[in-house]
Write a protein that binds this ligand. Sequence first.
Ligand code: PLP
Length: 455
Amino acid sequence: MLRMETIQYNLPQSHIPQAWYNILPDLPKPLAPPLHPGTLQPLGPADLTPLFPMALILQEVSTEREIEIPGEVRQIYAQWRPSPLIRARRLEKALDTPARIYYKYEGVSPAGSHKLNTAVAQAYYNKQEGVKHLSTETGAGQWGSALAMACAFLGLDCKVFMVRVSYDQKPYRRALIEAFGASVTASPSTETESGRAILAAHPNSNGSLGIAISEAVEVAAKDPHTNYALGSVLNHVLLHQTVIGQEAIEQMSMAGDEPDVIIGCTGGGSNFAGLVMPFLSRKLKGKCHACLVAVEPAACPSLTKGRFTYDFGDTGHLTPLVKMHTLGSTFIPPGIHAGGLRYHGMAPLVSHVLNLGLAEATTVQQLDAFAAGIQFARAEGIVPAPEANHAIAEAIRQALEAKAENKPRTILFGLSGHGHFDMQSYLDYQAGKLENYDYPEEEIAMALAGLPVVP
Ligand SMILES: *Cc1c(COP(=O)(O)O)cnc(C)c1O
């Protein structure tokens, strides 16, 4: 009889983490503070109250190592958590590699990605503080659908500004957002001052995350009953994602294995941080030796080619200034299909960790990312989100390197979501219509020249 090999390492519902893990108190150096966009002075909690509930503002600056997950949020997490850790045995065989490859799969959430981990928490705290409406932006549509679902569960209204290029490319994501009861507006729109200003200068603008953020922030800032929610970048968002890494630590130990390398794709940095920060905590204590690798698109290389400095989070310059790896807030990335990775900046926390030498970064071209995604799908049966293909490309590269060296290597990567709403991009790839984009050097130089001057 064939001996069964373990494929899935599943945890019972009772093992959903009790607390989120905050790495800030464990880092060797503190984060640079966010600055007020007008005064350039460090931001106080009061500056953020027009946008966020106090509970999230306090989490943003918290130095508590553990922040308890409210019971109602854990209960909703139980709809799809703990998410599975899967050993990619069929991919290992296809690559004929001595490496062991594991992936933590967040595509099992009803919204199809990791974004729901923070969407539920954010909707919960807003509801607790009496907020009735949330406004937000979405690039590829994953964040918009996650927040729309969380708002449906918690009884809040939700308004989503969707980047124009995705609005046109991904009508089914839009349909999903609307099915959950939220409203969707293509950005740039005529509904806000920031949107009208962009349209006046560029009537056919494809939009960008930076522009959509300006629109969503403007709506929240002008209406006392509306708050703003962001799907990545901020400390509290990364914090909520740490359920991923905490579960993965337990699951890797069930597998009797220790990662040598941990890989995640990075747009704003949240799924990467969620997976790696709990491992980094162990690494800082000498209990883990894994290399932590962030993977970004060659067309939008904030970590590898950006400057580590203060910049605005949005194009309209309504947000605070944060210290991060940035390509300049006016940079509009090429229209690659990994919409969730088209952001000019990076989470300050991920930027800081990289700057301290605790993690590294690399880039992948669009065609290589899709080739990896197809190879993965044929071996493992999951069609990945185009964003996650970047992590897979690096995992495959590492597995082949281990093969060339004829040495074992344990690779863990984050499979941040499935690609079921991205099938048009797979059609285009298979038809040979996708292209690689060169690093847009001139446009980035121009955007960097416009960086704000901070004394
Ligand atoms: C949004 C998204 C990303 C990129 O955002 P991060 O904040 O860097 O995680 C990656 N993968 C998927 C599936 C996404 O939805």
